[in-house]
Each structure stands twice: as C-alpha cells, then as structure tokens.
Write a protein that binds this ligand. Structure first.
Ligand code: NAD
Ligand code: TYD
Length: 337
C-alpha cells in the first residue's frame, strides 16, 4: 500500500511509520508534517535513507500545498496531524481549530478530488467526554467534549462523517485512549514526570490525582490503526483501549514511576486542577475486537517499565526539547496555577 501519513513526525505518527515499514515490506510512506514544536525528525532518523520512506514539510490546512504533496498513486491517507495538548488548548484554542478542524476538511477535500481509495482519521476517546465508573463509551455514543482540544477533534470527526455521507469519501475513524511509549513530547504526563524526576524536579499532579486514563502502549494502538486501515468499514468508528482492570489513576502511574527511578513521595506536588478536567475515560472495544480481530498485547506495568527506561536511556532525545519553546510554555502554564 502507498500511504500518505500526516503528522508522522510526532509521537504516534512516527511509531506508526516504523510499524508499517517493519510489518509491510511492500508498503511505502510519504510523511507530511508541518514540524510544529511537537514534530521531531529525530523520531525518524533511522529510516531517513530507506527508499520506501519520504518526508515533505507542510501544513495540512494549506490546500495547495497538500494537493501538490499527495502523489497521484496514493492509496491511503492516515491523518495523525493535530494540535494535541489539552493544557495548551486551554491557554490558546486557535491553532487547534485551524489544524484539527480546518486541516481535516482540507485532507477530506483532497481525498475526494483525487479519488483516494482510503482515509483514516486518528481521533481520541476525549471526544466522548468523561464517563462514570463502570461505564464505557461506545462508538455510537453522543459526543461531549470538555476541552477546546477535544471539541476540535470532535468537530474533525463530524466533518469526516459528513464527507462520507455527502460525497461518498471512503473514510473511517479510530478513537483511542491515552498512549504511552517512546517519542512522546515531554509536555504530556508520563514523559513530563519521568524527565522531571531525572532532572531532580518535582512532578505536578493536577487536583487530587485520582483521574483515570486507560493507558495503551503506542505499539498496540499502531496495530489497531493498521487493522482499521486494511479491514475497517467505510463510515465506521473503531475504539481502541487497554480496558485496564483495576484502573490506574494518575497517582498510581506516578507512584510506579517514582519507584522505578528510586525517588521519594516528596517529588509529588499537588497543584491546582486543570479547568474542566475530565475525571475518567474508558471505551468499549468490543467492535474493534470482533470486527478487526484487535486486542492489546502489552500489560500496563510492562508498558510503563519499558517507557520509563526508554527516557532514561535517551536523554539526547528529550533534553534538547526541554528548553526554549517548552520552558516558555511551562512558565505560562504555571503563571495561572
Ligand atoms: P503529537 O503532538 O506528538 O504530534 C502531532 C504531529 O502533527 C507533530 O509532528 C506536528 O508537527 C504535526 N502537525 C501539527 N499541526 C500540523 C499541521 N497543521 N500540518 C501538518 N502537521 C501538523 O501528537 P500525537 O500524540 O502523536 O497524536 C497524534 C494523533 O493521535 C492526534 O490526532 C491525536 O489527537 C491522536 N491521539 C493521541 C493520543 C495520545 O495519547 N497521544 C491518544 C488518542 C488519539
Ligand atoms: P495528559 O498527558 O496531558 O493527557 P490528557 O489530558 O490528554 O489525558 O494528562 C494525562 C493525565 O495526567 C490527565 O488527567 C492530566 C494529568 N496531568 C497531571 O496531573 N500533571 C501534569 O503535569 C500533566 C501534564 C497531566
């Protein structure tokens, strides 16, 4: 398959490109990425001279650039490109609207014009909003996004469904829970915690720290996307999640990280809660299991151990990121907390 990946220099997109090149010897990938603060070509250094891989820098919201970049023989678009950090969306929602909504519309439009046979929108469980203990969001549930990030992703999803219905664009959507693994920008909870601790800095815990995310290893997510790409039905939505039982609230994740790094409880700092903070996400994965044959392979303790060790082993990857732009953001983040 000839795949046009957007946002492939970020966390999940770069893991997905590695997954495709490793698992499908006949596939080729064009990676189209704007290289925002979250895009990092170091994530793809080892494949940069692979003849099956090519990188193009560009913005998915710029239709002329997208038209030129997509090869005529493209067989599928997989859209990872997005602004993705909830806290940044609270500080300044605008970029989120441009990329996550308008950019999605541009990709759908070009899929239609060029009659590309497949389009996969990478979405998130955050579009459902938070759910009570014991409840699991299904693909057919109403959308109740809480943050500007989640609202912009939800709007992108609705645009996908509108293009399927109105223009018969062969698109489908995946919605996954929080991912962990290598290459995640250190503004997100797990890499922030690990890298802060290595640097001897405390870890901010929002509110009471009892919020629940259903953490899934990024490799399991990539396998799910690959199955949806090849076997998923047009116009359908597929949830992916670990269905962790018992569930791990944020403080339990942090305790495991503290223990692995040999750090004490004094490195945990409770700070003012995030505005509109979703309490618990959980998704029903029956459909992806029965229709796609997908199931997670990593346990959370193994996934967390491997992830923490990866950041310990790769300071050359994250140290340059925790300067300049990141520090300015971090300062702004804590100015109002
Ligand atoms: P990320 O922030 O690490 O990477 C996003 C990538 O998109 C970066 O490489 C960035 O340069 C690129 N990008 C941003 N705006 C762009 C634009 N206008 N044009 C082209 N490229 C642009 O994000 P991630 O964590 O890898 O998430 C990827 C996708 O998966 C997102 O759509 C996100 O909503 C979704 N998702 C993420 C998670 C998670 O836990 N990280 C869970 C479920 C779904
Ligand atoms: P995050 O990684 O930002 O992902 P999301 O908000 O999209 O789920 O945060 C994961 C959880 O960790 C979430 O409940 C917010 C919390 N959190 C903290 O407690 N402290 C932090 O410094 C960060 C970044 C997040």
């Amino acid at each position: 398959m000839k795949i046009f990946v957007t946002g492939g220099a970020g966390f999940i997109g770069s893991n997905f490109i590695h997954f495709i090149l490793r698992e499908h010897a006949e596939d080729t990938v064009v990676n189209f990425d704007k290289l925002t603060y979250a895009g990092n070509l170091a994530n793809l250094k080892d494949i940069e001279s692979d003849s099956r891989y090519r990188f193009i820098q560009g913005d998915i919201a710029d239709i002329e650039v997208v038209r030129k970049a997509i090869p005529d023989d493209c067989e599928a678009i997989v859209n990872f490109a997005a602004d993705t950090h909830v806290d940044r969306s609270i500080l300044d929602p605008e970029a989120f609207l441009r990329t996550d909504i308008f950019g999605t519309r541009v990709l759908l439009e070009v899929t239609r014009e060029k009659k590309i046979p497949r389009y996969v929108q990478i979405s998130t469980d955050e579009v459902y909003g938070d759910v009570e203990v014991g409840q699991f969001s299904k693909e057919t549930d109403c959308l109740h996004p809480s943050s500007p990030y989640a609202a912009s992703k939800a709007a992108g999803d609705l645009m996908v469904m509108a293009y399927v219905r109105t223009y018969n664009v062969p698109a489908l959507i995946t919605r996954c829970t929080n991912n962990l693994g290598p290459n995640q920008y250190p503004e997100k909870f797990i890499p922030l915690a690990v890298t802060n601790l290595i640097e001897g800095m405390p870890v901010p815990v929002y509110g009471d720290g009892l919020q629940v995310r259903d953490w899934l290893h990024v490799e399991d997510h990539c396998r799910g996307i690959d199955l949806a790409l090849r076997k998923g039905r047009v116009g359908e939505i597929y949830n992916f999640g670990a269905n962790q039982s018992p569930e791990w609230p944020n403080v339990k994740i942090l305790d495991a990280i503290l223990q692995q790094l040999g750090k004490g409880q004094d490195m945990k700092t409770f700070v003012k809660d995030r505005e509109g903070h979703d309490r618990r996400y959980a998704v029903d994965t029956t459909k992806s299991t029965t229709e796609l044959g997908w199931k997670p392979t990593w346990s959370l303790s193994e996934a967390l151990r491997q992830t923490v060790q990866w950041y310990v082993d790769h300071p050359e990857w994250w140290k340059p990121l925790k300067s300049g732009e990141f520090l300015a953001y971090y300062k702004q983040q804590y100015a109002h907390r």
